[in-house]
Design a protein around this ligand. Sequence first.
Ligand code: BLA
Length: 512
Amino acid sequence: SLLGAEINLTNCDREPIHIPGLIQPYGFLLCLHETTHRIVQASENTLERIGVAASDLVGGTLDQLLGPARLAEIEQLLPTLTTDARLLGSRLDHVAGQPFYKIILHRYDQLLWLEFEPVDENAVPQLDLPFLNNALGQMLGATRVLEFCQYAVEQVRAITGFDRVAIYRFAPDESGEVIAEARHEDIEPWLGMHYPATDIPKQARAMYLKNWLRFIPDVAYEPTRLLPVLNPSTHLPPDMTYSVLRSVSPIHLQYLRNMGSAATMTISLIQDGRLWGMITCHHRTPKLVSYELRDLCQFIGKTFSALITSKEQHDEREYQLHIRENQVRLFERVTSNDNFVEGLYRFKPSLLDVFDCGGVAICFDDDIIPLGHTPTKPQIQKVLDWLQHHRTGDVFYTNSYASLNPDGLSIRPTASGILAIALAEAPGNYILWFRPEQVQTVTWAGRDEKPEVMADGQIFLSPRQSFEQWKQVVESTALPWKPMEIEAAKEIRLHISDVRLKIFNELQARAT
Ligand code: BLA
């Protein structure tokens, strides 16, 4: 590595992936001095690509390569260039008598970057407006997040033809889950799989916030060096953050090979300045996607990003409505039933159905009524004893009971999360909602496979070893209780106390 530091599985976050001094050789790169427009660096594969040695190009100007019309066009573009990529013309360009190339230009790190990409003549890009219009209509019309994601993966697959197009959504702990997928029927599904945060290191995430798209057309490539490796003015390797051809981390290339992927394209999904998720595309054989189609995919990624918050809000409102409706129906039973406790569990919806949980326990007058997946009655009794000594207020909740009470370790599969409401004055009267440990509910990629070991003893690089690591992080935790769920529990508590007060008053009235 350029900084002389050994990058391995434990320090990926420090690999300086923005300054590899290398490119993917399917295209070639020229870096021009910002003011003189002389070529200061060139990728070493120009000889192979266009029959001109990089050493012959460096120090010279572009007129060695391009005709006067093309040169004039470039000279006109250069002064206004920014980090935003510009494609030179939508027509094919002829470089020094060789096959067709397109030129992608941007300005960064005091250099003008000219990246030459070969044109796949079999895949002449078509900006299909009816398709786009229809795609946009679908995305706008989708109401739920998952439906929205499904449209997006199907559209990207229809445009590009990748074997697999998936949406990978990040969790607050930065691990992620495949929540939508469109794939070739011959390959195994990844839907529902979880992968660890370390699969996409921090600096790579930061890079994908600046770039909407990362493209690796052939993971089996031999990287090509820049000549010279260091920018002569700065004596540093040039910052390739915005370079399309930027060479890929060898660790990530190995990862992709282990996944059975020969080509990938990844589109960032960004919400409020943070990475919400990514559309990841994989192909079993090398695959060149034209710049225009990649641009179209970026357009879809940006549209997706702009709409995601509204779809999330829709899901939230729908969940809120579901809670309200079930609450109302539950309250009717509680009020109309002679025995209000029966109203809580005998019918549908019961306490189990009002919001997401694994199980419920109604603990009333020394009786415990469990519903769904709960600890055993004696275990529940222990939770009640603990609550009486430790609880503050009428509502208590945690998504990691075992971290508060070591005794909770034995019940963590069903009761890592506990939401409790105290009923009435009598001590020990509670309703408890339970939520299972996340580890019980998550499908981790390859969790049941044995770690494989490579010849040199290094751990085989794949998502499949990371389950243990992640498990340690989230052990004994459940998904957190949402504010609207806690609110719903409080309302249930109030309603029950109203009903009991009414019963009490009626009894009093009858007695007098
Ligand atoms: C990059 N890792 C990536 C990228 C993805 C993933 C999508 C973006 C680049 C690309 O398009 O391929 C991970 N891809 C996934 C996951 C899924 C998927 C999780 O399809 C699930 C469906 N990777 C590791 C480890 C390290 C590592 C242990 O697993 C470090 C030691 C590094 N991953 C790594 C690096 C990059 C990366 C450095 C940046 C590559 C680049 O842009 O140069």
